[in-house]
Structures are given as C-alpha cells and as structure tokens.
Design a protein around this ligand. Sequence first.
Ligand code: SAM
Ligand code: SF4
Ligand code: SF4
Length: 384
Amino acid sequence: MGERSMPSGAFASTIPIADLRHRASVPRVPDRPAPATGRLTDRLGRPLRDLRISVTDRCNFRCSYCMPKDVFDRDYAFLPQSSLLSFEEITRLARMFVGHGVRKIRLTGGEPTLRRHLETLVGMLAELRTVEGEPLDLTLTTNGSVLTKKAQALADAGLKRITVSLDALDDTIFRAMNDVDFPVADVLAGIDAALAAGLAPLKVNMVVKRGTNDGEIVPMARWFRENYGAAVVLRFIEYMDVGETNGWRMDHVLPSAAVIDRLADVFPLEPLDAHYGGETAERWRYVDGGGEIGVVSSVTQAFCRDCNRARLSTEGKLYLCLFATQGHDLRHLLREARASDEQIGGVLAEIWAQRGDRYSELRGAGKPQADGGARKVEMHYIGG
Ligand code: SAM
Ligand code: SF4
Ligand code: SF4
C-alpha cells in the first residue's frame, strides 16, 4: 500500500492509491475564513442548494446497474463503522452547508434505512433552519424494503418526503434486477406504509434499462395512476454511466423522449413547468387528470447548467458531481484538524467557489472529461 501527494488547485492532497474510494484531497483551512452569507456561487454561477448525504455504503440489494454482485460480493470490504460519520458529525456539517444556502437535504446510500437509528438523524436534521428561517426540505431515497417497519418512525421524526426506487411490477423482472430475489409485493407494501404515515405525495423512481425492464414502463404508469392518482409521482430515470462497475453501454439507455412517446401512445400527456430552477426531472401530467409523471434525462439531456447539488459520502468526503473522480476530505477537518465551524464553513465556501463540474454536458458534447482516465466514484458510496 502506498501514498502519493498531488497538488489540486488550492488544496494540498494526499491520495492513498490502494483504494480509489478514498481518493480525496485534504482541504487547506483558510487563514481568515469568510463568513457564510447563504449566497455562494460556483465558477459557473450555480448556487449551493441541495445536499445529498450517504449514510451507509451497504445495501441489501444488488441492482446490477449500481452494485453488481460479482464486484460487491462477500469479500468486498465495506467501510468499517469507525469510518462512518456519526450523526453528530453529519448534523454539524449539514448545519454549515445550510448556512451556505442549502435548502434541501436528501438522505441516501447504499440503503439508508439500513443505518441503525436513522430516525434519530432525521430528528436532528429536522431541527435545522435555512438562512431564510424555514424548515429544510428533508427527504430520503430508499429501495423500500423495510418501509413497512420504518416509515412511521421516520415521518414522526420529521421526514417530509420520500422517494422509493422500483424498477418493475413484474415479480420475475424485479427479483432479477435487485438480484437478491426480493419480492415486489414487499416494496409495494412499503409504499403503502409510507403513504399511510403521511409521506405524500411520494415519488417512485424507475431506472429504465433497455432490453431489461422497458416493457414495464406502461404497466408501471398504469398501476400508479389507477391506484394512487396524484399521491404518487412516477419518474423514469435514464440508466447512467455512474461508477466503473456496472458495465454501462449507451445501447442500454432508453432516452426519455422514447419513454414519453411510449406512454403518450396509451395515456395522452402534456408538459408541466418546473417547480424550481435546478429540478432534475422534467414534469408531465396525464391529460385526463390521472396525475403526474417525470423523466430524468441525465444522459440524453444534461442539466449541469442548473446543478446545485453537493454530495457527502458515508465517510465525510465532499463530492461536487455524481461523476467526480475525487472528493474533499471533510472528516479530516472534523477529526484530525479539529477545525472550528467557522474554518470548515470557510473551506466549504472555497471548494464551492472553485467548482466547475459539468460531466454530463461534456459527455453529451463528446468532449473529453476533465479528469480523463481517473476512476469515477461508485454511486452507492456517494449516494444517488
Ligand atoms: N438504495 C436506495 C435506492 O435504491 O433508492 C438509495 C441509493 S440509490 C444509489 C439512489 C438512486 O440511484 C436509486 O433510485 C437508484 O435506482 C439510482 N441509480 C443507481 N444506479 C443508477 C444508474 N446506473 N443509473 C441511474 N440511476 C441509478
Ligand atoms: Fe442498493 Fe439502491 Fe444501489 Fe439498488 S440502487 S443496489 S437498492 S443502493
Ligand atoms: Fe450535476 Fe455532475 Fe450531474 Fe452535471 S453531471 S448534473 S454537474 S451531478
């Protein structure tokens, strides 16, 4: 095992080369950190509004597009408990992000509901207030597998909304996609439990993989519009080239435009305006009033221009893009450098000010990626 040092802009770096998950620079603490104003912008003028926090790198599913079984097998070294940020550390960092303008926090993973006592963290984050004095838009993305047991406690703790991932209604297809033989009925029961706990409207995310589950597009739409109407917003996600392990190929991507065409043939649709700038999904509604759907076209229509999202990994590394090859080690500031809130806030401001990430836009334009050749971080580690 070796280490090498590499300069990275204003930040001194120590990069362990044995495990690329840990490729991260140690941020330099500014001598005189500027106070947080809530109005940070990056090099492309994008504000910081949305923080996604991965609370565990573990998962009870092995979706082939995210954690393929042959890589994430029983020998795979997941992070030890001591590496994970504690709830106090997460909340402390979240407070600083909120001071810089974050209004929305999404808990993710891995499978976030596997993190023990997650509702305690939800309760701690629910206490935070935006710079405008409002409660946060606090949400969670989950595979839904344990929601029948946990939805009520999460809602009671202050969770506002929830997104459940579900790739098929057909039990055989669903069991094959999660690759652990998990039945679809249990996820559907989880969705019902979340709605009963008041987590409505609820989003359901379906990653569409051409040739695997694209035959489920119309059945999924029919099921949710007929049984749930406006209480569930189904969103079709283009299969993305995140990480390095899923064997992604462009011909496995079904463009969102084709998804809309297939649906509109059966259920006439009309476009809706975005709720807010930087929204990832393009919104549509059924003309007959049967509710709303969305498409997330990360591959065919990059939305980097408005991307206001930061991601905090399970062990406290900050990533500025889903396709980043390197993080910024905030846990080091908390644990080893014992930096003050003011200092860490100053570091966040410097890091965001230097952000120029726009991976999907460059990929769409056929341009070489900035960090050509380096490995991208895995999605279960930084969260979706
Ligand atoms: N385990 C939780 C879940 O599945 O909802 C949260 C973490 S998961 C990484 C977050 C989201 O990323 C899920 O909706 C999942 O379907 C999506 N996802 C994972 N890999 C993807 C890929 N290659 N392309 C598109 N979406 C992906
Ligand atoms: Fe687990 Fe979610 Fe990744 Fe599927 S998408 S393997 S449920 S983390
Ligand atoms: Fe944001 Fe990176 Fe996705 Fe572009 S590619 S939208 S910068 S996360």
